[in-house]
Design a protein around this ligand. Sequence first.
Ligand code: ADP
Length: 633
Amino acid sequence: MGAHTRLNLAVMQAGILELRAEVARVFGIESLRPFQEHAIEASLAGRDLVLVLPTGGGKSLCFQAPALVRPGLTLVVSPLIALMKDQVDGLRQSGVAAAMLTSAQDVSERRAVHEALERRELKLLYAAPERLVLDGFLERLVALGLCAIAVDEAHCISHWGHDFRPEYRQLGTLRARASGIPVQAFTATANERVRRDIVSELGLSDPLVLVAPCDRPNLTYRVQPRRELLNQIRGVLERHRGEAGIVYAISRKEVERLDAELRKSGVKSVAYHAGLDPDVRRRAQEAFAREEVDVVVATVAFGMGIDRTDVRFVLHAALPKGLEQYSQETGRAGRDGLPAECVLFHSGSDFFSWKNLMERSHEEARARGESPDPAALEGSIERLSQVRNFATRMVCRHRQLVEHFGQAWESTASCEACDVCLAEIEPAPDSTILAQKILSAVVRCEQRYGAAHVTDVLRGAATQNITRTGHERLSVYGLLRENSVGEVRGWIDQLVGQDLLRVAGERYPVLVVSPTGGEVLRRTREVTLYALPPERAPKKGTRQSRRTLAPEAGEILPVDERLFERLRELRRTLARERGVPPYIIFNDRTLEQMAAHRPRTSEEFRAIKGVGDKKAAELGPAFLECIAGGDRV
Ligand code: ADP
């Protein structure tokens, strides 16, 4: 090792020590996560970087922490004003000199930021990509001591990502215009293709590429056939009374119906979809951020820019469009690392509703004289089948998701956080024989009927169709007499999901047996179908999980629920007074620590994880009073 390298290493080690101390002082964060440590070291060494870290992994700290200790300004590029505002508010509450420049600010606000820049007072500046291409803007920042550029939500630069934004493409000029300044890219979701795009579009040179495991162990996944949707939703809400959640529905009409029904049953909910007036939409988003409502019922238009970290459940009222979207949407749960639940209700018809919609919009584009890419349509339908398979296979949900994103699932043990591993769903007895019965009913019906008729035949029903077709004389008639309609339909869905049955038909959907289905009939293939035991109460991802401190805390301490609720109320009041969302005051994890440790002095309060110097001084007295029992709220 040369003297020069040794010196660099020593400087960096000193840098890391100083950084840890700053992070503890400012944010009350005592230890860095392994990926944060690597990313921060690269950043301090002035290296280009791509970091893929799942939601809640703590990406922001990777560019905020180096900015605290490095002389000069760090520029953060972000796609949405809401995202920027949240981070800037949060940093300021912790006493960090941060600001943003956006089109939503008035002239005097913008001037104040420019003045602060000229005085070299700022550590972090947030801006949208559009601003960076403005004449001379970036060059001015370089002259004012710009020392690093962080590109947040970097997947937006790639056509292959799920959220391509053309304005991100303009970031390709950063490298040339700010030469020698390290560029670091951050995202929660990027497969290899997207990562390659990020590197080439941003012109990164020999970047360190870090891809953290994409599993989210604090999320418990459950998938259930949709029966009585409203009752099923109420069942989930029952486990999360007073907690934050998102309900995703496919159509605007369904959003409004569900929202109205939930409000009727006393749930504090609000509707959100792209058809609403922008003002109404903004108010809905704010009401959720400020904890004035608990539940948002929304189409997938709702999501980006939601930084509320205490979302305890995400519920899908129908099959999502693909596993990328599913991960993105469920990713909004449990960002604070505490247990959260993701429930998906689906039915066999969801696949066809989506498929029809996709085909129709493809046709409409053609009718308009455009030339839509048939491969894109095929790709969309393929992604749809993947999510249907996810829902109908009896394989650990965590494992399926991790493998879908190209990572290996090493564990052979139960994940203890999905309906399959928790044995909330069980294999139906004699699954293969059951599958053979259903498949042969399809064959006996000459592969010319849909799921409803096949179900009637198997259950020995006496419908007009059966009398007309004479199907009561088939050997399969009444073979599943003991089972309910829901059960038989559920099994048919599962057979379709495993590609043992297919749905074909020009005018109306009919069931046909696939080649692999033929193997089951010839007894050369085994099948597992699951039976849903009626109304079994889930065991995990429920409110009870708050009774003890999160495992990261390294100890098991009971959390005083009543005190926790009082602290939440106080947090809401303080947030309202300051005009910021409550999670910017403290997150749930920090409140839990308070409710478990019950600090009595300001030293004890400062020692709570998540409490930094500035917040301890400003907010400590009110929280200590609340903990001591004197209610301010
Ligand atoms: P991401 O942007 O990756 O979704 P955030 O940066 O918003 O995640 O961080 C999620 C939460 O984790 C925040 O509440 C943050 O304060 C907390 N956090 C980040 N790093 C750490 C750490 N090393 N220890 C404890 N909490 C952390």
